[in-house]
Design a binder for this molecule. Structure first.
Ligand code: HSE
Length: 432
């Protein structure tokens, strides 16, 4: 039986998990790969107490792994985009396949990295970069290969989803829950990446390129985080029959592709609305298959290792003629589809404003919507509390472009009878 030699760079949570899953499941992995997958070289700044490195070459300089002529596949698990990019490129140039869990690296530099890999006849695999253990890359690239993907919508940041779930179920405030998510080890090194949407944007870009066969365009994603959400809005959404989720949405339209990450009201009877806590899920609408939903652990040592090892098994099994293009089609066949500017993207909207409890206020607000061609779907107005002069007015609109909503909101905010800013959150029915 052939042996495939593996070098692992980075022995943190995912590196340690990968090392141990390879060891714990060695027998079944060998059977499935029809090869012995052997870790022969580890590059890490420190040893890990969770890993028995006896008999394995260990280098403090990770580039030693890329230079090791005996390593067939380099596993990059150091994170970041500077050293990680140099390492991955060095390995490719040295003729090694690469497996990575690094979403930022692929989203921001994937075009260059994949082109380099194609030139050197090696593969770069990245299943673990998106939604941890969920085999979504395999689903899009292989399982759904017969479909024209119409759109996909995903809960692809576990930390954000955990925060929203706690706010909804326990009425807890944002900062309080974030501190807990950090303590539990779900959050990124810089938690701003989680709560401001960058982490989800990285993952969405990769999903969109796989789904639509286009180059990775991280700079084109419209990104909004969850930092402005309040328990009040979470509660009003519930009353209207919606759950607020932080979604990454990629949609193919006649004008181009929508690429956006933002809080979204979704109907509370969708399966996606029931994805709570740190779990991830991606809903994919395939032209032939219809909607399919992929659910599971989006982070953590062993779930992410599961995806890394699946890539290793695939690489060990494939022969050169069976190489899979990184984004499903050869780089020369990627389509340069325009990304639709966010101002032109049409969705229904949830809008909340604090208004004076006086005659004529509602009709003035309604006429501003009407002047912008925005139609109102539903409306809630609460009676003012004792001694209060302001009331919350919640409006659910029909589909309207962000550009018209921007104008309406700025006119409403300029009214003397309105207090403060208008809160606005997009709504998605996700029904085809
Ligand atoms: N910080 C990420 C999350 C980890 O919370 O989903 C997995 O990418």
């Amino acid at each position: 039986m052939k042996s495939v030699n593996i070098g692992i760079c980075g022995l943190g949570t995912v590196g340690g998990g990968t090392f141990n899953v390879l060891r714990d499941n060695a027998e079944l992995i060998t059977a499935r790969a029809a090869a012995r997958l052997q870790v022969i070289h580890v590059g890490a700044r420190h040893d890990s107490p969770a890993c028995d490195l006896a008999g394995i070459r260990v280098s403090r300089d990770i580039f030693e792994v890329a230079r090791d002529p005996e390593v067939d596949i380099l596993v990059e698990l150091i994170g970041g985009t500077t050293v990680a990019r140099e390492l991955v490129e060095a390995a490719i140039i040295a003729g090694k396949h690469v497996v990575t869990a690094n979403k930022a690296l692929i989203a921001e530099f994937g075009n260059e990295i994949f082109a380099l890999a194609e030139k050197h006849g090696v593969e770069v695999r990245y299943e673990a970069a998106i939604a941890g253990g969920i085999p979504i890359v395999k689903a899009l690239r292989e399982g759904l290969a017969a479909n024209r993907i119409e759109w996909l919508a995903g809960i692809i940041n576990g930390t954000g989803n955990y925060i929203l779930t706690e706010m909804r179920d326990r009425g807890r405030e944002f900062a309080d829950v974030l501190a807990e998510a950090q303590a539990l080890g779900y959050a990124e090194a810089d938690p701003a990446f989680d709560v401001e949407g960058t982490d989800a944007a990285h993952k969405l870009v990769i999903l969109a390129s796989l789904a639509f066969g286009m180059p990775l365009q991280f700079d084109a994603v419209y990104t909004e985080g969850i930092t402005e959400l309040t328990t009040q809005d979470v509660g009003y959404a519930l009353e209207l029959g919606y759950i607020i989720k932080h979604l990454g949405i990629a949609k193919q339209t006649d004008q181009g592709v929508e690429l956006r990450v933002h809080p979204t009201l979704i109907p509370d009877d969708l399966l996606l609305a029931e994805v709570d806590g740190v779990k991830n899920a991606i809903l994919v609408e395939g032209g032939a298959v219809g909607p399919t939903l992929y659910y599971g652990a989006g982070a953590g040592a062993r779930p992410t290792a599961s995806a890394v090892v699946a890539d290793l098994i695939d690489l060990a099994r494939a022969d050169v003629s069976a190489r899979l293009p990184a984004l499903g089609v050869a780089i020369a066949d990627l389509r340069n589809v325009p990304i639709i500017p966010i101002e032109k993207v049409k969705t229904p909207w949830y809008l909340r404003m604090e208004v004076a409890d006086k005659p004529g206020v509602l009709s003035r607000v309604a006429s501003i919507f009407s002047e912008q061609g925005i139609s109102i779907e539903a409306l809630i107005q609460r009676a003012p509390g004792q001694g209060q002069t302001l009331v919350s007015l919640i409006v659910l609109t029909n589909k309207a472009p962000q550009g018209s909503v921007d104008i309406a909101v700025s006119e409403i905010e300029a009214l003397e009878t309105i207090n403060g800013k208008v809160t606005r959150i997009r709504v998605e029915a996700l029904d085809g």
